[in-house]
Write a protein that binds this ligand. Structure first.
Ligand SMILES: Nc1nc2c(c(=O)[nH]1)N[C@H]1C(S)=C(S)[C@@H](COP(=O)(O)OP(=O)(O)OC[C@H]3O[C@@H](n4cnc5c(=O)[nH]c(N)nc54)[C@H](O)[C@@H]3O)O[C@H]1N2
Ligand SMILES: Nc1nc2c(c(=O)[nH]1)N[C@H]1C(S)=C(S)[C@@H](COP(=O)(O)OP(=O)(O)OC[C@H]3O[C@@H](n4cnc5c(=O)[nH]c(N)nc54)[C@H](O)[C@@H]3O)O[C@H]1N2
Ligand SMILES: [Mo]
Length: 767
């Protein structure tokens, strides 16, 4: 496609981090954000250099040990060589394994973000394939994002989607909020990202408008830059994983002064008296007052009581970030935040009340489209077994063992084959040394990847897939009005194929091609999905062009619903007519259901449960392993922007100058972070944005073991998941707890090992 000057035209495409246009100029892909985006981000600039990077996978590869010995447990996973094979050979081997192992022993949860196009969405593809071609697979439920809240919220307030997406909008914050009390902040680095794509990043301007109107933002958290400058936020540093104690003390202060909204509690909630007995200490002898919370949280008594009084008589919005619940007992701050907001009596009012995870993603605080983009149907899974997603290592290590989850007693299934497409467990899972052990036990690990991630390097069969830029798709999300015709911008790398083409070929080998493809090419599917969306628009009285017109125009603007406050507003206005979808129909300050489960680690009302991972002599610092600003998770860590922000090739770990001085660490030094589980290197940056006692190493640097033959090798690149703990939030949700742990940090004085994460593993000659 060339323009009037004979040069390639800019063509539309989309990523989780923004809608964009790209064109080739002098052999380079030039990427520019969507012209309508008021605040685009630099993550897009990871694309150009990533496209033809040597970290890409060019051919199907089989791990040597697997080929020689056949399927089975193998300690060489993660340090073996690979043999390139033809597509036919690779597909025959995969099809044979799927048939041999059978649906009941295949783990196909395949958690992960993959890429933004709605058709070539790898997780949808792999699930549809396993369902249609094999009858199903062992699945996973919930997410690493919101493992605890996803289970808790429906019990006590409402479905996660309603509380985190169809709730208070950024417009309402700009116009109505007087005070936003943000636990875990409202970091712009996070709202840059939205699954399916995003055309307008509105957060910065909304916070600026609110602050200019006089709205106060209070950031509760360990890092000052979790709120943008535009918010002019007041920073309240807090000891990590102690927010529940602060919330309880704010509530105690309000109740003791009689400043809580009793009428709201009576009309809209259930169980207040039980909770009040806990708050005052009548039930356990310990009043949860500011004097009690001060030593736990590190916040002075006067600051807690003064903050409580500032919350009275104003339009207050309480927000709780996902990060707070990605920690031991992560259910508690989510629930305590709800009760605090209920005591303030503003749930359901414009710009007030409670918003779970506002700003965590570019999906929140927006209006919802009136039509949804049709998604690929997944077919039916006939296998009943599942795990809460973050229990994967437990499942692989302890088949047959019983565990508890959300009121059920479940048993870990026995797994023979693990199939992964579109995710990177060596990015997302905790305690990677344990995960390595777990993956060594399976019979066969099949991975579809565009690049040689650590997950691909542990696989037995590695199938190279196209990057999003190398295929056509449709980008769309429920919370962004722009539907994007994602044009193809480059030819596939090497022999890479689309996930869809791979699954179609496998389905053919299993005699199920028609069931999987329904006779459609990828382009036919795009037209089919588009036509369903267009038909829905027309049925609702809107105009929608034919597919070819949409494809040529590049964009279609979908109609947005009203800014109506969602389920919480409707409940406030008519609590009897529109009850909440909780057992009582009300906000559950006390949940009889949860109390009935009898879990000491998640009782029937929000409570302070002291964490077990606290600083001690061997690990005196809190590690905050949060989301990276320079990329989405581990994706395109080899891209230009992500690489430019590293120092000496390592991920940057920030710590307070006082903590650095105590350890003789200077800015730019290479440091070693370590604890009982593992160790990694990183480049130190001294920063007053980090509270004392905390070190911040974001996720996403590719796991890079110095000597993979060791039990606990040093990661030379800076992946914090060698340090984090692999335990569930509680028996209620069994969510991931990767955000926080404790570590020690020291200057690294040895010879600096090279980064090999982006160099493909050793290959033996082709057959
Ligand atoms: N310590 C700690 N750990 C965490 C977190 C934390 O806060 N702290 N956060 C957690 C959270 S919230 C999440 S959501 C997870 C994210 O974990 P993941 O979603 O697993 O992380 P990604 O790096 O996005 O992995 C996506 C993978 O898909 C590949 N991919 C991209 N496009 C395609 C495609 O078209 N086809 C195929 N087959 N593959 C493709 C990419 O190359 C990449 O390897 O991490 C979790 N892990
Ligand atoms: N740029 C970028 N944006 C992303 C992602 C990405 O990988 N890159 N991932 C996306 C995904 S999948 C998700 S689920 C969301 C995740 O959204 P979040 O989980 O909210 O994001 P994080 O950056 O992990 O955490 C936000 C902040 O919480 C603070 N925090 C940590 N522990 C505590 C605590 O105990 N108390 C308090 N008060 N604060 C604490 C940290 O300082 C951290 O910066 O982000 C999304 N946005
Ligand atoms: Mo997430």
């Amino acid at each position: 496609m060339t323009g009037p000057d004979g040069r390639a035209e800019f063509r539309p495409h989309s990523a989780h981090w923004g809608v964009f246009e790209a064109a080739w100029r002098d052999g380079e892909l030039v990427v520019r954000p969507h012209p309508g985006d008021p605040d685009p981000n630099r993550i897009l600039q990871n694309f150009p250099r990533a496209l033809r990077h040597e970290a890409r996978i060019a051919r199907p590869m089989i791990r040597r040990g697997w080929l020689e010995q056949g399927p089975g447990a193998d300690p060489r996973r993660g340090r073996d060589e690979y043999l390139p094979v033809s597509w036919d050979r690779a597909l025959d081997l995969v099809a044979g394994e799927l048939r041999r192992v059978g649906a009941e022993r295949i783990f196909g949860g395949s958690y992960g973000w993959s890429s933004a196009g709605r058709f070539h969405h790898a997780q949808s593809q792999v699930h549809r394939f396993l369902n249609t071609a094999l009858g199903g697979y062992v699945r996973s439920v919930n997410s690493y994002s919101a493992g605890a809240s996803g289970v808790l919220l429906p019990h006590v307030l409402g479905p996660m989607e309603d509380i985190s997406r169809r709730n208070v909008t950024w417009d309402a914050v700009a116009q109505h909020s007087d005070l936003v009390l943000a636990f875990g902040g409202l970091a712009l680095k996070n709202s840059m990202v939205a699954g399916g794509g995003i055309s307008r990043h509105v957060e910065r301007d909304s916070m600026r408008a609110a602050a200019e109107r006089g709205c106060e933002f209070i950031l509760v958290g360990p890092l000052r830059d979790d709120c943008p400058e535009e918010a002019r936020a007041e920073w309240l540093p807090i000891t990590p994983n102690t927010d529940t104690a602060l919330m309880l003390a704010l509530m105690h202060t309000l109740a003791a002064a009689g400043k809580h909204d009793r009428a709201f509690l009576d009309r809209y909630t259930t169980g207040w008296p039980v909770f009040e007995d806990y708050l005052t200490g009548r039930s356990d002898g310990q009043p949860k007052d500011a004097a009690w919370a001060a030593p736990i949280t590190g916040i002075p008594v006067e600051r807690i009581t003064a903050l409580a009084h500032r919350l009275v008589g104003r339009r207050v919005l309480v927000t709780v970030a996902h990060s707070l619940q990605r920690a031991e007992h992560g259910e508690q701050p989510v629930w305590a935040g709800i009760v605090l907001a209920a005591m303030l009596g503003q749930i359901g009012l414009p710009g007030g009340g409670y918003h779970y995870a506002l700003g965590a993603l570019g999906h929140t605080g927006r209006r919802t489209n009136l039509v949804s983009t049709a998604a690929l149907s997944q077919g039916r899974n006939r296998v009943g077994a599942f795990i809460p997603v973050a229990r994967i290592a437990d499942m692989l290590q302890h088949p047959g063992e019983a565990y508890e989850y959300n009121g059920q007693r479940l048993t870990y299934p026995e797994i023979g084959l693990v199939y992964w497409a579109g995710g990177n467990p060596f990015h997302h899972h905790q305690d990677l040394n344990r995960l390595r052990e777990a993956f060594r036990r399976v019979e066969t690990l099949v991975v579809h990847e565009p690049a040689w991630t650590a997950t691909a390097r542990h696989a037995d069969i590695v199938l190279p897939v196209t990057m999003t830029l190398e295929r056509e798709d449709i980008g769309s999300s429920q919370t962004d009005p722009l539907m994007v015709a994602m044009h193809k911008l480059a030819e596939p790398y090497g022999e890479a194929r689309d996930d869809y083409a791979i699954f179609a070929a496998l389905a053919a080998r299993l005699g199920r091609e028609e069931a999987f493809t329904e006779g459609r090419s990828a382009r036919d599917w795009l037209r089919h999905l588009y036509d369903r969306t267009a038909a829905d628009m027309r049925a609702k009285g809107f105009e929608a062009p034919e597919f070819e017109v949409f494809w040529k125009a590049g964009y279609l603007t979908l109609p947005e619903g009203p800014d109506d406050g969602g389920l919480l507003r409707a409940f406030r206005e008519d609590p009897e007519g529109v009850p909440l979808p909780t057992p009582s129909g009300r906000i559950e300050v006390f949940s009889a259901t949860i109390a009935g489960f009898g879990y000491a680690d998640c009782p029937g009302h929000p409570a302070w449960l002291a964490p077990s991972d606290v600083p001690e002599a061997a690990a005196p610092l809190h590690l905050v392993a949060n989301q990276p600003a320079t990329r989405l998770h581990s994706q395109l860590d080899f891209g230009g922007h992500s690489q430019e922000m590293k120092r000496r090739g390592r991920e940057v770990a920030r710590l307070h100058p006082a903590d650095a001085a105590a350890r003789g660490i200077a800015d730019g030094d290479i440091v070693r972070l370590f604890n009982a589980r593992g160790a990694c290197l990183a480049a130190a940056e001294l920063s007053e944005e980090v509270m004392p006692g905390v070190v911040n190493l974001p996720t996403g640097a590719w796991y890079d073991p110095e000597d993979p033959a060791e039990d606990r090798p040093l990661c030379v690149h800076g992946n914090p998941n060698v340090l984090t703990r692999d335990i569930g939030t509680s028996r209620l949700a069994q969510g991931c707890t990767g955000q926080l742990t404790t570590v020690e940090v020291e200057r690294f004085t040895g010879n600096l090992p090279p980064i090999r994460a982006f160099t493909p593993p050793g290959a033996v000659a082709a057959e």
